[in-house]
Design a binder for this molecule. Structure first.
Ligand code: NAD
Length: 468
């Protein structure tokens, strides 16, 4: 029965997509401005309250990480979309004389967006904004783990859009699976690498194109030349924001022997100053999304401790309240789950390495990360970390902030993702770059068509000689 509803929605959008694809810059920007107003004014407070009820997210963090990025993205699109939509002229080789070549940016058509729970507003509306900018129809399914937020987002979408153009459906994993049976023109998925593989498999049956924004373990390297106080402040912030439930949170730290003592002390001091009454009493600290994820974090830490790891800060947690204290842990064996699986919580393993080369080896033993952070003033170390590894994104002497620059592409590589999002890259993800040649005069190729003759052969030979 449900499947029929999705099929109907999909069919309605299929009837519309060519018309929607013809919309002008002005029409697309008008839609985006309506969304911008809804987020900035009418629905800001309902969204703050919904996120607080879903996982205790502080209002300030909602403003900073859920609402502001979408407003900034829309502003960036308003400024640039006219130029992005314009066909781009490209060069023409000599044999194609008398023609013009250009790239047209056409909408992909009917798209599916599947989003995760950790930044439910941002990661649902950011791809949607790109899809609208590129002139698409869309069905959106947010995560089942943020029901209050999904409800507000459903109200926003139904207030602003006709479902034959943009629709938001709520539901469990089964809903996502039912939607994946439909032959979407593009699927934009944000979530875990494990589910990403299933999305790609489902997409392959219709050869739907995909953007996969995935996760994984994002390392931070720190050496003794870094400013310890600033490094600790930034790393502690990156790990505590959203209680570490961020795809680009620093997952673990690789620190040189010379820097380790100073870094651990500076991190402890920083955590004390972020949460002077303790994180459990702080209104500046989120909760873990649900019990299963809380238990997973407990198991990761317990397993590491059983295998000889040492908690040097924090470790406290209360399952009923979904509270998990910021935790620093060292001497974790490399094959412990804590150093194998993406942590996605406020636990920071600190691993001692000899130098930048050893850090590079450590990173290259694992799947390619979504983000790589280097904290150092040593140019050679910085260069080694950049050129001897592969990662989707990077920061030098900071972390997480690169997400907020719409001029930069955002996305992983292989295990951490396929394709890029944000700004122009998001527009391109939802566009087909149609390569077009327009012939104005008789074409030189017309002279070389069958029946072939000696004269035509000599013309081909002359052309090939010319290209040598
Ligand atoms: P998830 O992969 O479990 O779920 C994401 C979405 O997929 C949800 O809407 C869910 O309903 C759906 N889904 C789950 N199982 C499915 C299945 N078998 N078939 C079809 N759909 C299914 O991810 P999550 O737990 O919500 O989020 C955490 C993960 O997301 C982490 O790995 C994190 O790194 C990653 N993430 C990546 C980014 C990024 O931009 N690269 C951003 C945020 C989160």
């Amino acid at each position: 029965m449900r499947t029929n509803i999705y099929q109907q929605l999909f069919d309605d959008q299929m009837d519309q997509y060519l018309e929607v694809g013809k919309t002008t810059y002005k029409e697309r920007v008008t839609k985006l401005r309506r969304l911008k107003n809804a987020l900035e004014f009418d629905y800001k407070q309902p969204l703050r309250e919904a996120l607080f009820s879903d996982f205790g997210k502080p209002f300030l963090e909602t403003d900073l990480t859920e609402i502001y990025p979408i407003l900034a993205e829309i502003k960036h699109i308003e400024r640039n979309l006219r130029d992005w939509m314009r066909p781009k002229k490209v060069g023409n080789p000599l044999p194609m004389i008398g023609s013009r070549s250009y790239i047209e940016y056409e909408s992909k058509g009917v798209c599916l967006i599947l989003s995760p729970w950790n930044f439910p507003v941002n990661l649902t509306f950011d791809p949607l904004v790109s899809a609208i900018a590129a002139g698409n129809c869309c069905i959106v399914k947010p995560s089942e783990f943020t029901p209050a937020t999904s409800q507000v987002m459903a109200e926003i979408v139904s207030a602003l859009f006709d479902p034959s153009e943009i629709a938001l459906v709520q539901g469990e994993v089964e809903t996502a699976k039912a939607l994946l049976e439909l032959p979407f023109h593009h699927i934009f998925f944000t979530g875990s690498p494990a589910v990403g593989k299933q999305i790609m498999k489902a997409a392959s049956s219709h050869l739907s194109s995909v953007t996969l924004e995935l996760g994984g373990k994002s390392p931070a390297f720190v050496d003794e030349t870094a400013s310890m106080e600033t490094t600790a402040k930034r790393l502690a912030w990156g790990k505590c924001l959203n209680a570490g439930q961020i795809c680009v949170a620093p997952d673990y730290v690789l620190v040189t022997e010379k820097a380790k003592g100073a870094l651990v002390e500076a991190l402890k001091n920083q955590l004390e100053s972020f949460f002077p009454q303790g994180a459990s009493n702080s209104e500046s600290y989120s909760r873990i999304i649900h019990t299963a994820h809380h238990r997973r974090l407990q198991d990761l830490v317990n397993n590491a401790v059983t295998r000889g790891a040492r908690i040097v800060y924090g470790g406290g947690n209360t399952e009923e309240k979904h509270f998990f204290e910021p935790t620093l842990i060292e001497q974790v064996p490399e094959d412990a789950d804590l150093l194998q699986e993406e942590i996605f919580g406020p636990v920071l393993p600190i691993v001692t390495v000899k130098d930048a080369d050893a850090a590079v080896d450590f990173i290259n033993r694992k799947p390619r990360p979504l983000a790589l952070y280097t904290f150092s003033k040593n140019k050679t170390a910085i260069r080694k970390l950049s050129t001897n590894t592969r990662a989707g994104t990077a920061c030098i002497n900071h972390n997480v902030v690169h997400l907020s620059n719409n001029h930069l592409p955002f996305g992983g590589i292989n295990n951490s993702g396929i394709g890029k999002a944000h700004g122009h890259h998001g527009f391109l993800a939802f566009s087909n770059e149609r390569a077009t040649v327009r012939q104005y005069t008789p074409s030189s190729i017309d002279l070389l068509m069958p029946p072939y003759s000696d004269l035509k052969q000599r013309m081909v030979d002359a052309t090939l000689r010319w290209f040598k």
